[in-house]
Ligand binder design. Structure first.
Ligand code: GDP
Length: 195
């Protein structure tokens, strides 16, 4: 798949507004500030791609990027942002869980977690939602450059161990948008899902 071909096509507020021509899509999720936009930019090699998702008014929407005919990457709203009022938070959760539970085109979900703060409550909730749908999950432990090689490797091992119970459904890798590490591995995983 040529991820460099990604172009923004639409923002959807509700499940009913998702593109009808999608045959296969992979969604990106994570806590606000985990590095999701940067990861999307790095994987597609288009610096400005996920900035589109950050324009005011679009942060609570599902943002669709077309990478090929009938194939999409989906930038899901970041979660856990303290400044969001409780009601809005609940709305997002409803939309997110509905999306994961009712979108047959969804091939897998990429979850971005800051390597320094992995497996927060909402991450665990997301992992639970996704795997209980028998949907594949790939975790990027982002900002790996912020730790020493040894510390990053230890975190990778620990997170793998914690998620061992999910078996092949869940995979984990180190990633850094700043240093461009783990990009080929991430693209290879997406390729298997789109194949
Ligand atoms: P998002 O809210 O999850 O979309 O997070 P962003 O991609 O906007 O990143 C949040 C902050 O983390 C920004 O200041 C980024 O520059 C920084 N950041 C993202 N990825 C990396 C990385 O790989 N390494 C480092 N050192 N900083 C990063």
């Amino acid at each position: 798949m040529n991820y460099n071909k990604a172009v923004f096509v639409k923002s959807a507020q509700k499940i009913s507004q998702l593109p009808a021509d999608s045959n296969a899509e992979v969604a990106f999720a994570g806590r606000s500030n985990a590095g999701k936009s940067s990861a999307l930019n790095t994987i597609t090699n288009i610096r400005s791609l996920a900035r589109t998702s950050k324009t005011p008014g679009r942060t609570q929407l599902l943002n669709y990027f077309k990478i090929a005919q009938h194939h999409y990457l989906v930038d899901l709203p970041g979660y856990g942002y303290a400044k969001v009022p409780g009601e809005v938070q609940v709305d997002w959760e409803k939309t997110l869980s509905e999306y994961i539970e009712t979108r047959p085109q969804l091939r897998g979900l990429v979850l971005i977690m800051d390597v320094r703060h992995p497996l927060k409550d909402q991450d665990q909730q997301m992992i639970h939602w996704v795997t209980s749908q028998n949907l594949a999950l790939h975790i990027l432990l982002s900002k790996a450059d912020k730790l020493t090689r040894g510390a990053a490797a230890n975190t990778l091992l620990q997170v793998k161990k914690d998620l061992d119970l999910y078996g092949d459904l869940v995979s984990v890798q180190l990633f850094s948008s700043m240093k461009n590490t783990g990009v080929d591995e991430a693209r290879a995983k997406l390729d298997t899902w789109f194949a």
